[in-house]
Design a binder for this molecule. Structure first.
Ligand code: FAD
Length: 404
């Protein structure tokens, strides 16, 4: 009996990536008996994530931000350059965080550092049990779900949280309705050292084959690259040696940061999209890329995943306060309805922008160009767009509104 109790949790989060770790920490910190199921494999993809203000507040509330902050690079200015060669090409648009009273729109951090810091917090967190084995599948029952483990064991939990990434085995087995699609693109990712300082400016070149983005990193002379381009071109770039690839990046960046040198591991990521009808099934809530996938445009993916984690924590806290079942219909409905608009709006906006670049149609170019021009020229519109992108306070989860 004692052993069964040890395996019984209110919440079992599956997947020790950034979204799963944040969800498990937030749930355990709220006093909810939580398990985090998944192996702690090393993260070595050389990628960075730009975290917006709400995400940073959340990480701060989880106690992780003070450890990450010294190596984070502020994003004080965003620059968008239309490099499509279209007739309707607007001049570069600049967005300054100071204009909406912020020091920075967000901070760029190495993914590995973020995940390692959250893992260290998780190891020290009261109410949180780490089960370092992969999940083999969940069987929902009336009062709880039985989560099988690949090592042969199992865990019982009233709610299973699927944070098991874009290919989510839990989602696949749950019957949740999924729409997925592929883009004829892939992203080259790496880190570059450069001659001129980036001055905390992130630059996005919108090219006919996708956005080419340089995001500042700590120290002033390093930036991370996400170069979304056609699948064939991406493969050819991936085959170049370091010197040839850094030359190609320097050319595409119009040498704005001077001479460049590859200074980190490289990645090649196919571009795809995925949306779910509702991110819930009996005794299951999906968060992060298990619930939504889209191309890396405008630093939205993990920020959305962290909002899922923080919103789920709020739904669980309300359920506990009202004495409701954490995996029951009411809790799941509250979570699902709160997340619908945010996920759908970000997926649609990223999809629309990406497709408008690929379309090569004059009317589409004209609309995109006018939109960018309006934002560059009309101060109040620009400030509304910036605030909505960075500080969606209305309806924001509690820990994303917390003061830092
Ligand atoms: C090139 C690129 C750049 C990006 N830049 C940004 C950015 O600047 N800002 C931003 O917000 N987002 C960005 N994103 C998106 C962001 O990287 C993702 O949204 C985020 O990493 C997803 O985190 P996750 O925890 O949901 O999934 P993952 O990181 O995939 O974690 C899922 C975890 O589940 C585990 N798992 C899988 N199956 C099981 C199982 N059966 N049992 C237990 N564990 C399991 C996996 O091992 C993994 O640890 C970028 C994405 C790309 C591709």
């Amino acid at each position: 009996m004692a052993e069964e109790n040890e395996k019984h949790f209110a919440v079992a989060v599956v997947g020790a990536g950034a979204a799963g770790l944040a969800a498990a920490l937030a749930s355990a910190q709220a006093g909810i008996r939580t398990a985090l199921v998944g192996r702690h494999a090393p993260v070595a993809d050389g990628r960075t994530v730009a975290l917006l203000d709400g995400s940073v507040r959340f990480l701060d509330a989880l106690g992780a931000w003070p450890v990450i902050a010294p190596q984070a690079s502020p994003l004080c200015e965003l620059q968008i350059v239309d490099d499509t060669g279209s007739l309707f090409r607007p001049p570069p648009a600049r967005f300054r965080a100071a204009e909406i009273g912020l020091d920075a729109f967000g901070w760029n951090v190495e993914s590995a550092r973020l995940v390692e810091t959250l893992r260290a917090r998780a190891r020290a967190q009261e109410n949180l049990t780490l089960v370092e084995s992969d999940a083999a599948g969940a069987e929902p029952a009336e009062r709880f779900s039985r989560l099988g483990l690949v090592d042969g064991g199992h865990v019982l939990a009233e709610l299973i949280v699927g944070a098991d990434g874009a290919r989510s085995p839990l989602r696949a087995a749950s019957g949740v309705r999924v729409r997925d699609w592929a883009y004829p693109q892939a992203a080259i990712t790496t880190i570059l050292a450069h001659e001129r300082p980036h001055r905390d400016v992130s630059t996005e070149f919108h090219t006919r084959s996708g956005p080419f983005t340089l995001v500042p990193m700590a120290g002033g002379h390093r930036s991370s690259l996400v170069w979304v381009t056609g699948e064939g071109a991406a493969r050819r770039l991936a085959d170049l040696d370091d010197a040839a690839l850094s030359d190609a990046v320097e050319r595409q960046a119009r040498a704005m940061l001077g001479a460049m040198r590859i200074d980190g591991p490289r990645g090649l990521v196919p571009m795809r999209g995925l949306a779910v009808g509702r991110p819930v099934a009996p005794r299951l809530a999906l968060i992060g890329e298990a619930a939504h996938v889209f191309p890396p445009i405008g630093a939205q993916g993990l920020n959305l995943g962290l909002r899922d984690a923080a919103a789920l924590r709020d739904a669980l806290v309300r359920a506990a306060r009202d004495g409701r079942d954490p995996g029951g219909r009411g809790t799941l409905d509250a979570y699902a309805s709160g997340r619908r608009l945010d996920a759908a709006a970000r997926t649609a906006a990223v999809d629309l922008l990406n497709r408008s670049l690929l379309a090569d149609l004059l009317p589409v170019d004209a609309l995109r160009g006018l939109g960018l021009l309006a934002m560059a020229q009309i101060g109040p519109l620009r400030r509304i767009v910036m605030r909505e992108g960075v500080l969606p306070r209305l309806g924001a989860p509690e820990l994303m509104r917390a003061r830092r």
